[in-house]
Design a protein around this ligand. Structure first.
Ligand code: PEP
Ligand code: MG
Length: 321
């Protein structure tokens, strides 16, 4: 099987009935890019930049960030690289940034919420990203967007920094796609509204499942509620994909679900354009997708949307494939 997978490294991901989907990788640091290329990813669908900020005693400087982003963009040689802006808070803390103690950190002051208030931190990161943009195919993504206003504010700050750099005579890639993570139910439900203003969506199922099922993703006692195949989750994913396509925008998924072999036929059938996963899952997923047909996957997904439980969906997928 390993040998069969190895043959797929330089191939595109095409289903048995000739539909192309993009298989991308999730990374945490520039060191991860080697594995991404070795496993034949068509791009990076999620660069979790918070790792640049963690395990140290002060914020990374603009220069340090610029170098990290530039390295990743250059190594990917023009393939798309989706960089997510700082997603700190929740379970991820910084020793040098004292935040108020919270009863519900996952529902608290984190990610874009923090960046929109601590704008100096946000602006430094955006400047580093914009300066690095000319070295590749950069797309910028905001995490934990819950309202349209948050997206508009974040985008306005980004465009402001871009304008400043241009005035300073610094070269910035003209066309940078700006997208959001869909990981909060309000945003999934309002996806048709967001789709008019964003360039793309990436569905973050790790958090979307946590918030939809009201089950802490770190708490083993409630881990039985972490149900990617629950029709409630599938319906949200379906809404987001339909909303994106209605405005001719692309939609990816960068939560764990995207690399799950039971979920893959369902996501193909719902029309997902990009699957972003850990590098080691890429070749198995490509091999699986080559054997599937989009037509059959569509029929399967339509049935799954009408099922009653996650169990029923799982049984259905296993029966068909
Ligand atoms: C997600 O929530 O699905 C996601 C990809 O982001 P993270 O796991 O970093 O919260
Ligand atoms: Mg998340």
């Amino acid at each position: 099987q390993k040998l069969e997978w190895a043959k797929l490294v330089n191939e595109k991901t095409v289903t048995n009935d000739q539909h192309h989907v993009e298989l991308a990788a999730n990374i945490g640091t520039p060191n991860d890019v080697k594995g991404v290329l070795e496993n034949g990813a068509e791009g990076i669908g999620l660069y979790r930049t918070e790792f640049l900020y963690m395990g140290r005693s002060d914020f990374p400087s603009e220069e340090e960030q610029y170098n990290a982003y530039k390295t990743v963009l250059e190594s990917m040689e023009g393939k798309p690289v989706v960089v997510r802006t700082l997603d700190i808070g929740g379970d991820k803390e910084l020793s040098y940034l004292s935040l108020p103690h919270e009863l519900n950190p996952f529902l608290g002051f984190r990610a874009i919420r923090l960046c929109l208030e601590e704008t100096a931190i946000f602006r430094t990161q955006l400047r580093a990203l914009l300066r690095a943009s000319k070295f590749g195919n950069l797309k910028i993504m905001f995490p934990m967007i819950a309202t349209l206003d948050e997206f508009r504010q974040a985008k306005a700050i980004l465009l402001e920094e871009k304008g400043k750099l241009v005035n300073e005579g610094i070269e910035v890639l003209e066309k940078i796609e700006i997208g959001i993570m869909v990981e909060i139910p309000s945003t999934a439900i309002m996806a048709n509204v967001f789709a008019k203003e964003v360039d793309f969506f990436s569905i973050g199922t790790n958090d979307l499942i946590q918030y939809t099922m009201a089950a802490d993703r770190m708490n083993e006692k409630v881990s039985y509620l972490y149900q990617p195949y629950n029709p409630a989750i599938l319906r949200l994913v379906d809404m987001v994909i339909k909303a994106a396509h209605g405005e001719n925008k692309w939609v990816g998924m960068c939560g764990e679900m995207a690399g799950d072999e039971i979920a893959i036929p369902l996501l193909l059938g719902l029309g997902l354009d990009e699957f972003s996963m850990s590098a080691t899952s890429i070749l198995p997923a490509r091999s699986q997708l080559k054997q599937l047909t989009k037509t059959e996957a569509k029929t399967l997904a339509q049935k799954a949307l009408l099922m009653n439980t996650a169990e029923e969906v799982m049984t259905l997928v296993k029966e068909v494939f």
